[in-house]
Design a binder for this molecule. Sequence first.
Ligand code: NAD
Ligand code: UDP
Length: 328
Amino acid sequence: MRMFGGRKRVLVTGGAGFLGSHLVDRLIARGDEVLCADNMFTGDKRNIVHLLDNSLFEFLRHDVTNPLSVEVDEIYNLACPASPFHYQHDSIQTAKTNVLGAINMLSLAQRLRARILQASTSEVYGDPTEHPQKESYWGRVNPIGPRACYDEGKRCAETLFFDFRRQHGLDIKIARIFNTYGPRMNVGDGRVVSNFIIQALTGEPITIFGDGEQTRSFCYVDDLIEGLMRLMDAPADFPGPINLGNEDEFTIRELAEQVIELTGSVSKLVSCPLPEDDPRQRQPDANLAREVLDWEATTRLREGLRHTIDYFEALLKEEQSIELNAAK
Ligand code: NAD
Ligand code: UDP
């Protein structure tokens, strides 16, 4: 039921980030009112600047580790840095964002009797021994390693979501998102797709961590957002968790080769140390999403990379011209 009749009011935490800003765009395009709450740790004003004059959009600088009192019909909880570089920068804050953030947003949903969706992650599977990963797999996570603030934080958030459902009958949804890429990825956040594209476009060496034989399955952002919105609209008796990702699996070396080919770059591959606890393989089993949401990722890697390369090319040009003007 809608609190204010007419338009749906939706809270998106982390709405100034990569995924959040695309979600906000889609919600506004379909006529929802959106409140974007973000502490701007990895968010970027450029991701939402086009919305600032839109009467359906409101921005609130807020850290989800603090309680929030607003009136909305639905909540998408996306607040949390997603790149290993950023989430390890202040690992205690990352754990707090995941755990306290989940408690605060669940408490808000409980008061409002609002449906709430959690952006969980394939990282809950850790370095998996089951391949591809099904939702029934409990995972293999190092609880004391450098990735634990994120992995265990997200696992604890899933626990809290299910406890609020069991104890308070809350209407919850959990999406386990696999590596997603596209325009508006944060330039400096060190994720592999943005790193490789920027390195290729600037002629810098492409940094392959380890032997480059580890795998990931890359989902284009538009596909992912469609999956998230379908999950939010799925029947109340389906809380998830559900995998959202592209099933096409690539080695990191194959990704680097595709980026070099598509950019026509002269960059060479260089080997760098493999970060601790880096998962060896990752591929979603997306059958549940097909069955329940009638959803699958359809954008092929080459096509998604082309869009992302175009975005970063334009961004780099814009930054160059700003620097040139400043030097005049
Ligand atoms: P991102 O870093 O671009 O966006 C995260 C946003 O959350 C940023 O705008 C940041 O400022 C905000 N934020 C961080 N801590 C906050 C806090 N304490 N309070 C309020 N806002 C805060 O990352 P993204 O790729 O857009 O990821 C969004 C969500 O999806 C995250 O929860 C992430 O864990 C999840 N996810 C993403 C991926 C992916 O591949 N992109 C994969 C799995 C899960
Ligand atoms: N990676 C790489 N070079 C880079 C950045 C990342 O080889 O410049 C590797 C990283 O070690 C991992 C994979 O690419 O095996 C994906 O890394 P990312 O940080 O994008 O995501 P995650 O590890 O969380 O899946």
